[in-house]
Ligand binder design. Structure first.
Ligand SMILES: Cc1cc2nc3c(=O)[nH]c(=O)nc-3n(C[C@H](O)[C@H](O)[C@H](O)COP(=O)(O)OP(=O)(O)OC[C@H]3O[C@@H](n4cnc5c(N)ncnc54)[C@H](O)[C@@H]3O)c2cc1C
Length: 395
């Protein structure tokens, strides 16, 4: 089947588009994946998450007893929902880390854990953060040093430091990887935990980024005591669990292509408004060439994403598809935002006030764009994956 081409999915898209228009929270659009700036925004994001779950637009693949459609769920629907949220420039629901936790609990958790957390995720009430990366352990995540020591009474004592933790400042719970066997080979001595972020010994310090907002945090864990039932799956199985929860996330690449299509359309619009040598920039042949090239590249990305998704639905996934799309998306994102600032000329440095072009939108896009070349695996790591998995080159 060719991806997303059925009449039924087209109808579903119209329905979702209408829903997003009516229910998306009134939060000014920003580039990328951002945290709430205050409690008011947080409440709006929680409500948005709840509404999307209630409408069945997210969590469709969850088992029936937890509100999903189980094996009857059509994965193409997740793609449509993500694309329509991106097209509208609506914020992603507060569910990135929650999604990972839900996947981990559905596949590896106990009934008690599923009962305790899945309903709170659906209702938008529980915010989760992903406590994986550490200073010195990002690309090479398996080298992480946070320790969870098992005590005689079955509890674990956790000590270490995490960094880059999106949403930790708002999170009720963290999905944490920690080393439980320091003597085992590095991938084999890691366990996965659900940690209550209000426990004594947890210190969350927001990091203000060059965008001016604090989207991620440092998290210090100092002798944090967790009960035995905080562990997801078996001891020392954390690496396998984390990878299987990440592997569920396939629809994101399609949203990202839509984000860029939207940005290229906005860039063309911008070129009609700003001046170059006394006339609208869009009338300059060099500008038109560049816009055409960027637009063609984004169309190529979109075609590549759909080809990859088609292979997945036909049961023939190709290992290099996801890294190719991730690399192209994030690098093109930097190129588009940089060109927008170039078109703005000297007004490119004005971020607010009457002289700011489109309320500082392009500066925000420009300052955020580089984050995508790092988050979720850096461009260099994507190139390594393409070389090794796609082309079969040696390490
Ligand atoms: C916006 C944002 C949000 C994030 N949110 C979270 C979150 O919520 N939770 C979480 O756990 N993590 C999060 N991360 C962390 C992210 O996963 C890491 O930043 C990423 O994996 C890279 O790791 P690092 O920053 O430690 O860089 P390093 O791994 O130290 O890399 C530094 C540089 O060396 C290069 N490099 C490293 N290894 C190789 C190699 N083998 N070959 C070639 N080049 C190499 C890299 O490409 C990079 O340029 C987030 C990151 C960003 C940017």
């Amino acid at each position: 089947m060719k991806y997303g081409m059925t009449a039924e999915l087209d109808e579903f898209r119209v329905e979702v588009r209408d829903f997003v228009q009516r229910h998306a929270p009134a939060i000014p659009p920003k580039a990328g994946v951002r945290s709430a700036e205050d409690t008011e925004e947080l409440a709006l994001l929680k409500e948005w998450t709840r509404a999307l779950f209630e409408a069945g637009y997210i969590g469709g693949a969850w088992p029936r007893e937890y509100g999903g459609n189980g094996p009857d769920h059509q994965l193409e629907r997740d793609v449509v929902v993500g694309e329509e949220i991106a097209r509208h420039r609506a914020p992603a629901p507060v569910q990135g880390a929650a999604n990972l936790v839900a996947n981990a609990l559905i596949d590896h958790g106990t009934d008690q854990q599923r009962d305790a957390y899945l309903a709170g995720i659906r209702s938008g009430e529980y915010i989760f953060c992903q406590l994986f990366s550490e200073p010195g352990s990002g690309s090479d995540l398996a080298s992480l040093r946070t320790r969870a020591t098992k005590l005689d009474d079955g509890r674990f004592r956790i000590t270490g430091q995490k960094v880059w933790t999106t949403n930790a400042q708002w999170a009720d719970y963290g999905y944490l990887l920690a080393r439980t066997d320091p003597d085992a080979p590095k991938h084999k001595g890691i366990s996965a935990f659900l940690v209550d972020m209000s426990l004594p010994g947890i210190d969350v310090r927001p990091l203000r980024e060059m965008t001016g907002t604090a989207d991620f945090n440092e998290v210090f864990l100092d002798d944090v005591m967790v009960e035995a039932d905080a562990m997801i799956g078996d001891i020392n199985e954390g690496w396998r669990i984390a990878n299987s929860s990440l592997a569920h996330e396939r629809s994101g690449v399609a949203n990202n292509a839509v984000r860029l299509q939207r940005n290229v359309a906005a860039l063309i619009d911008l070129a009609g408004k700003v001046q170059r040598r006394g006339r609208p920039a869009i009338e300059d042949d060099a500008v038109r060439d560049r816009l055409g090239a960027l637009s063609a590249s984004v169309d190529a990305l979109s075609a590549m994403v759909y080809a990859g998704l088609t292979r997945v639905s036909n049961g023939e996934p190709r290992m290099s598809d996801a890294p190719m799309a991730k690399l192209m998306f994030s690098e093109l994102g930097v190129e588009i935002a940089s060109y927008a600032l170039e078109l703005c000329g000297e007004r490119g440095i004005v971020v607010s006030g009457d002289d700011a072009v489109e309320g500082g939108r392009w500066q925000d896009e420009f300052l955020y764009a580089r984050a995508y070349t790092i988050a979720g695996g850096s461009s260099e790591i994507m190139r390594n994956l393409i070389a090794e998995r796609g082309l079969g080159l040696p390490r």
